[in-house]
Design a protein around this ligand. Structure first.
Ligand SMILES: [Zn+2]
Length: 335
């Protein structure tokens, strides 16, 4: 502890039990704080807690028993702190400058974005894998109920066609990485040609998509791609991420910065949706290769879907077939 010659600091002393305000002076010597005047007491410096400095607000020095000083002479107190080697915490120093506040907010957003892009996808993968199957079944089941009430009606495909699509896909060998449990579910839909996989293992295929592709190989490609989504638990991970971000944003920002909080999800969607589509494609590629089916057939599936006017196929809005994906499939064929 440094020897201090700092001047006495005028302050009010409150004993923490009554509201009486004592006018005192605070001095520090040899690591001991002493107050004198209307009240007297001494305490080792390390037992005192100095409140964080909030610009222009009063500063408080609190004793271990809850008694406290309200500093009157802030300049003298600052000198005293400096002479005793007291350093404000980094947080306090940052709070004292608006510029720093801006930088801190920027850094926080950056950390959030990076966490969202890299940490959360990994974490959501662990969480999704750890979730009991019953949770996935429940989420998938209620999603299907919801859609059945509003968007779907019973399939009008002949049962024999449904059965043959189902048995043809089931006859395929799963790729090396294995296959999750699944059921193919046919529905007539108000939303046109579509296919998607629910966490419950339900791969929903609309009549409109079956009729549109009019090609069993092409349909196998779509199913294999959806099985890839299931295998990677893409939808479940997405759900976990969305809810985690909502919760984290609320915790961190309250409802003040809803705007800021909405940036990371947007960024993520750009990256994540492309990545998960490619992952699902890779699974489909592996499955076709395992079964000795030409990948040209798989590429044709996406070319066929790609040639549809976007407005005609909502499948395109969730699964943007792109030249990049087709090129990847054809490249894998050459390997
Ligand atoms: Zn997809």
């Amino acid at each position: 502890m440094q020897n201090t010659q700092a001047r006495a600091v005028r302050a009010f002393y409150f004993d923490g039990k009554t509201s009486y305000r004592y006018t005192v002076e605070l001095t520090v010597a040899a690591g001991i704080a002493s107050i004198s005047g209307e009240a007297q007491r001494q305490a080792p410096l390390e037992e005192l807690r100095v409140s964080e400095r909030v610009s222009s607000a009063t500063r408080k020095v609190t004793f271990a028993d809850g008694a406290y000083l309200e500093i009157i002479d802030l300049d003298a107190f600052a000198e005293l702190l400096a002479s005793t080697g007291h350093a404000d915490s980094l947080v306090v120093r940052m709070q004292q400058s608006w510029r720093s506040v801006g930088q801190a907010a920027g850094a926080l957003v950056l950390i959030l974005v990076l966490g969202y892009l890299y940490l959360l996808p990994a974490a959501s993968g662990w969480i999704a894998n750890a979730l009991p199957e019953s949770v996935e079944r429940k989420i998938g089941g209620s999603t299907l109920d919801f859609l059945d009430e509003r968007v779907f009606s019973a399939s009008t495909l002949p049962p024999s066609q449904q059965a043959s699509i189902d048995s043809r896909f089931r006859a395929l060998e799963p790729p090396r990485q294995g296959a999750p449990r699944f059921q193919i579910i046919f529905r007539k839909s108000k939303i046109g040609p579509n296919a998607f996989a629910l966490p419950s293992g339900d791969i929903v295929v609309t009549d409109e998509l079956v009729r549109l592709l009019d090609d069993d190989d092409a349909l196998m490609g779509v199913l294999a791609h959806e099985l890839g989504h299931l295998h990677q638990r893409h939808l479940m991970r997405r759900l976990i991420q969305v809810s985690a971000v909502g919760a984290t944003a609320t915790l961190l920002f309250g409802d003040v910065s809803a705007l800021v909080a909405s940036i990371p999800p947007l960024l993520l969607d750009l990256k994540y949706s492309r990545d998960i589509e490619l992952e699902a494609d890779d699974y489909a590629i592996a499955m076709f290769k395992t079964n000795g089916i030409s990948l040209t057939r798989l590429a044709l599936t996406f070319e066929k879907l790609d040639s549809l006017p976007a407005a005609f196929s909502p499948y395109l809005s969730t699964h943007p077939p792109s030249q990049e994906r087709i090129d990847r499939i054809l490249k894998a064929q050459a390997e």
